[in-house]
Design a protein around this ligand. Structure first.
Ligand code: NAD
Length: 243
């Protein structure tokens, strides 16, 4: 049975990705940082549907916690076939209103988190000469968003990280790809008012906001053998918002 470790999987895109991978035969390690109850409820839902899932707690900004989490998954499953670094935080404010702590948290979650999880997992993948690493960036990491300088910088960093790692790990049989979602209707966007949501819908050629499942399906494809010659790519999942 293939194993996937999904960071930040207690809700939103991560949770839907967990459901989809479980429905497609993966054993799913559901990482959460603080939302133990939600993560546990998701495991129960997946197991009730006949899937295999379990929770692993770690703040991915913390190197030791992330390394311990990876060891826990390796101990239970023997190997990790797919890592999806999905954990993220968002904040909308002017750069000049962004405190050093807020800046650090943004970089720590998105970028340090990618480094910590890959640093812990890659040796085992290299030993087995196989594996897939997927990162969840954002279209703002490509274009930049006003009042989201820290978020855009972190997500742009994640794109560079993924492309460089794809080059480094290609000879070891490991593929690394990135998805760059547009506006996806999850808790991360719940603070947008109706007017802003309507404007974003109108700006999107497909005339709707994305769903967590839209992103999960792209991740499932990139993890699959169907994508066996695809590495170092950034797949937009944005309804045509950014072409
Ligand atoms: P969300 O807020 O519902 O989910 C983010 C998850 O990451 C939460 O479960 C949160 O607890 C977890 N998390 C945050 N910090 C963590 C840490 N240090 N360690 C472990 N887990 C941590 O939002 P979402 O929309 O599901 O976002 C998932 C990913 O998709 C994020 O990386 C986000 O930046 C990205 N994204 C979202 C959108 C969107 O419009 N929703 C668009 C582009 C990219």
């Amino acid at each position: 049975m293939k194993t996937v470790l999904i960071t930040g999987a207690s809700r939103g895109i991560g949770a839907q990705t967990a459901r989809l991978f479980a429905a497609n035969g993966y054993a799913v390690a559901i990482n959460y940082c603080c939302s133990c109850e939600a993560a546990q409820a998701l495991v129960e839902e997946i197991v009730a549907a006949g899937g295999d899932a379990f929770v692993v707690q770690a703040d991915v900004a913390d190197a030791q916690q992330t390394a311990d989490m990876v060891q826990q998954v390796l101990h239970r499953c023997g190997h990790i076939d797919v890592l999806i670094h999905n954990a993220g935080v968002a904040s909308q404010k002017l750069l000049t209103d962004t405190t050093p702590d807020e800046w650090r948290k943004m970089m720590a979650t998105h970028l340090d988190g990618a480094y910590h999880s890959c640093h812990a997992i890659v040796p085992d993948m290299v030993r087995r000469h196989e594996g897939v690493i997927l990162t969840v960036s954002s279209m703002w990491g490509i274009t930049g968003a006003s009042c989201e300088v820290a978020y855009s910088a972190a997500k742009a960093g994640l794109i560079g990280f993924s492309k460089a790692l794809a080059k480094e790990l290609g000879p070891a049989g490991i593929r690394v790809n990135c998805v760059a979602p547009g506006v996806i209707d999850t808790d991360m966007c719940r603070n947008l008012d109706d007017e802003t949501r309507a404007a974003l819908r109108e700006e999107t050629p497909l005339m709707r906001l994305g769903t967590a499942d839209d992103v999960a399906q792209a991740l499932l494809f990139l993890a699959s053998e169907k994508a066996s010659f695809i590495t170092g790519q950034v797949l937009g999942v944005n309804g045509g918002f950014l072409i």
